[in-house]
Design a protein around this ligand. Structure first.
Ligand SMILES: C[S@@+](CC[C@H](N)C(=O)[O-])C[C@H]1O[C@@H](n2cnc3c(N)ncnc32)[C@H](O)[C@@H]1O
Ligand code: SF4
Length: 367
C-alpha cells in the first residue's frame, strides 16, 4: 500500500464566474449541499482502502472553498479530522475569495486546523477589480485580510494578477506597494492568461483586448524587483515568500510527489497513473454516494513524460535542478545557456533573469 502525503480538495462553487477564469466552477447554490460534502468524505474513505493517507499538506482549492457556509465547512473539516491521521500535517491551505469570509468563518478555519489562507485579492484598484468582474472592492479585500489576521491564521497568501486589460504600470506598482505594506507571508503574482472558453478569450479574439508581450515583461520585471526589495524571496516564477513561508503543498507538487485530488474535476497522480474526476458536481455526488468511483479520465504516463513534466516545474523554482538529473536534455540546456536563459553553477541549472522572462519556452523543452 503506497503512502500519500498530499491531498487536494476541489470545491467548485463561486459567488460569480470571473470572465478570465477556466477552472471548473459552478455558480449558484444548487449543488452546494450536504450530499456533496458526504460525497467528498466518501471519496476519502474509498481512498483510505487503497492508500495509506498520512497528509503532510492539504489544499482546499477551487472554485472558492470559502463559498461553503460556516456550518458546511465545520461538517467537512470535522469529517476529515475524524478520518485522517493528521499527526504529520505541516500545512492546510484554504483558498478564499474576499467576499466570502467573515470573522466567524475565519475563526472556525483556524480552530479546525487550517494553517494558511490564500486570498484572491487580484488588485487594490477598484476600476481593475471591475474589469476583472470581481464581486469585491479593494476595501472589502483589505477588511477580509484584517479578519484573517485577527483570527490568527498562521500564514496568509495574497493572489495578485498583472497584465489586466487597461492596467497602467502605475496601477500595478501601487498594488505591489500596498501589498508589501500589508506584510502578508506569501504573494502569488500571476500574469493574466487568456484561457480558451472564457469571456476574456472571446474579447481577445474579437479585438476588444490586445496583448502586449513587452509591456507584460516589464510588469513582471517590476514585480520581481519590487517584491524582492520589499523583503520577499522569489522561490518560484510566480511565488514569493517572507520568512521562508513557501507553499509546502505546491513545492511537493512541483517536485513530483504523489498526490490525491478529491472532488469534481480534481486530478490525482500516483506513480505513473493520472486521473481526473468527472467535471460535473451533481454527477460526481451521485456516483460517489452510489459507491462507485468518479474518475472521468485516466492516463498512464511513461517514465520519460513524467520526468519531463517534473523538470518543467522544477526549472521555474529558484533552487534549480541538479545537472545530472536532466542529462537527457543537455543539448537543449547548452543552447539555453548560450542564449543566456539558464546558468549552471555548482552543478545546478537555474533560470537567469532573462530566462525568467522566457520561462515557458525553457520549460517547454522538457515536455
Ligand atoms: C483557483 S483561483 C482561487 C481563488 C478564489 N477563487 C478567488 O478567485 O478569489 C486561484 C488564483 O488563480 C489566479 N487566476 C485565475 N485565473 C487566472 C488567469 N486566467 N490568469 C492568471 N491567473 C489566474 C487568480 O489570481 C486566483 O486568485
Ligand atoms: S477566479 Fe476564483 S472566484 Fe473567480 S471564477 Fe475562478 S475560481 Fe471562482
Amino acid at each position: 500500500m503506497s503512502t500519500i502525503r498530499h491531498l487536494y480538495f476541489h470545491i467548485p462553487f463561486c459567488p460569480k464566474l470571473c470572465p478570465y477564469c477556466s477552472f471548473y466552477v459552478e455558480v449558484g447554490a444548487k449543488n452546494k449541499n450536504t450530499a456533496f460534502l458526504d460525497a467528498l468524505l466518501r471519496e476519502v474513505d474509498r481512498a483510505a482502502e487503497k492508500y495509506a493517507l498520512r497528509p503532510e499538506t492539504i489544499y482546499f482549492g477551487g472554485g472558492t472553498p470559502t463559498s461553503l457556509l460556516t456550518d458546511q465547512l465545520e461538517y467537512l473539516l470535522g469529517g476529515l479530522r475524524a478520518r485522517l491521521d493528521l499527526s504529520a500535517l505541516r500545512e492546510w491551505t484554504v483558498e478564499a475569495n474576499p467576499a466570502t469570509v467573515r470573522a466567524e468563518k475565519a475563526r472556525l478555519l483556524r480552530d479546525l486546523g487550517v494553517t494558511r489562507v490564500s486570498l484572491g485579492v487580484q488588485s487594490w484598484d477598484d476600476a481593475l477589480l471591475k474589469t476583472l468582474g470581481r464581486v469585491h472592492s479593494a476595501a472589502a479585500a483589505e477588511r477580509t485580510y484584517e479578519i484573517l489576521r485577527a483570527a490568527e491564521i498562521p500564514a496568509v497568501n495574497l493572489d495578485l494578477m498583472f497584465a489586466v486589460p487597461g492596467q497602467r504600470p502605475s496601477q500595478w506598482r501601487a498594488t505591489l506597494e500596498k501589498t508589501i505594506a500589508l506584510k502578508p507571508d506569501h504573494i502569488s503574482s500571476y500574469c493574466l492568461t487568456y484561457e480558451e472558453d472564457t469571456a476574456y478569450f472571446q474579447k481577445l479574439a474579437g479585438g476588444d483586448y490586445r496583448q502586449d508581450v513587452e509591456r507584460d515583461a516589464q510588469l513582471f520585471e517590476e514585480t520581481m524587483d519590487t517584491l524582492t526589495a520589499g523583503g520577499f524571496v522569489q522561490y518560484e516564477i510566480s511565488n514569493y515568500s517572507r520568512d521562508a513561508r513557501e507553499s509546502q503543498h505546491n513545492r511537493a507538487y512541483w517536485l513530483g510527489a504523489d498526490y490525491l485530488g478529491f472532488g469534481p474535476g480534481a486530478f490525482s497522480t500516483v506513480g505513473l497513473s493520472r486521473w481526473e474526476n468527472v467535471r460535473d458536481t451533481a454527477g460526481y455526488t451521485r456516483t460517489m454516494l452510489a459507491g462507485e468511483l468518479a474518475a472521468g479520465f485516466t492516463e498512464n504516463l511513461s517514465a520519460d513524460v513524467r520526468a519531463g513534466e517534473i523538470a518543467a516545474f522544477r526549472i521555474r523554482m529558484a533552487e534549480g535542478i541538479p545537472v545530472a538529473e536532466i542529462a537527457r536534455w543537455s543539448d537543449a540546456m547548452a543552447e539555453f545557456e548560450t542564449l543566456g536563459l539558464v546558468a549552471c553553477s555548482d552543478g545546478i541549472v537555474r533560470l537567469t533573469r532573462r530566462g525568467k522572462l522566457l520561462a515557458d519556452s525553457v520549460a517547454e523543452a522538457f515536455v
